[in-house]
Write a protein that binds this ligand. Structure first.
Ligand code: PGA
Length: 249
């Protein structure tokens, strides 16, 4: 795991965006796994700035998002479809048929999940998966206790995740109780992973991750230590409780 320690969220966003835009320029038909939430907002703004300044083209890129809520309309202001439109898709030349999110309103959620993994395989697999981390160590919506060997599936969101996301919905009661998420097995098949972490509310999770010596389903992010190509970009607040290890970061 390569750790890049940066001063703040702005620098984290800039570094992450530059890794993504370099990939887009190097491999113009790359498959990029995208994430939502508070952490990647700045990364997407920097990608939009780069698009405006350098005209980086996304015309052949394909994107697959990690997750989507179950049971809220696709055009709900809080759906991840809407989030992606508003933060990235409407500002870049990525054709509508080339960005994919799970359909949280599918008639059969289990078929939707199976089909999502199959679609990722048909695209040739993910070149780079962007990830955030939850305070409880979740990645995507893979909450503690999720087995590491399952693909895309439907999850019941934990109270702590619903509380954390209530800030977007106005109240915890409005936060859906289920979501579809890429499974840990799906995430681990990505050829590379970029984990971005900012803020002191993630300091405990970061300390736990960077001191992890063996994987543990109680702390889903621990699986990342067994992936061959993971880059973590974390800011000073997120690293505040992690003791600097000589040579590590
Ligand atoms: P956040 O969520 O970026 O909104 O903090 C990250 C996550 O829960 O994976």
């Amino acid at each position: 795991m390569k750790i890049i320690s940066v001063a703040d969220k702005n620098e984290m966003s800039g570094r992450a965006a530059s890794i993504i835009s370099q990939l887009v320029r190097r491999k113009n038909d790359a498959v990029i796994g995208l994430a939502t939430g508070g952490t990647p907002e700045g990364t997407y703004s920097k990608l939009v700035e780069d698009r405006q300044k350098n005209h980086t083209s996304y015309s052949k890129i394909r994107t697959v998002n990690l997750d989507e809520y179950v049971g809220i309309p696709r055009d709900d202001p809080n759906s991840y479809h809407t989030y992606m439109e508003n933060h990235l898709f409407k500002f870049v030349d990525l054709p509508a048929g080339q960005h994919f999110l799970p359909d949280g309103n599918a008639l059969s959620l289990s078929e939707e999940c199976r089909g999502y993994d199959q679609m990722i395989e048909e695209l040739g697999g993910v070149d780079l998966q962007l990830l955030g981390i939850g305070r409880n160590g979740h990645i995507g919506f893979n909450e503690p206790g999720t087995p590491f060997d399952i693909g895309t599936h439907t999850v019941e969101l934990t109270d702590s995740t619903r509380r954390a996301n209530a800030r977007f919905f106005g109240s915890i009661d409005a936060v859906p109780s289920q979501a579809i998420t890429m499974g840990i097995c799906t995430i681990m098949k990505s050829r590379s992973i970029l984990l971005i972490v900012s803020g002191e509310n993630k300091a405990e999770a970061m300390s736990r991750l960077l001191n992890t010596e063996k994987t543990d389903t109680d702390f889903p992010a621990s699986v990342l230590i067994s992936h061959p190509d993971v880059t973590v970009i974390a800011d000073a607040e997120a690293l505040a409780r992690t003791k600097k290890k000589a040579g590590k970061f």
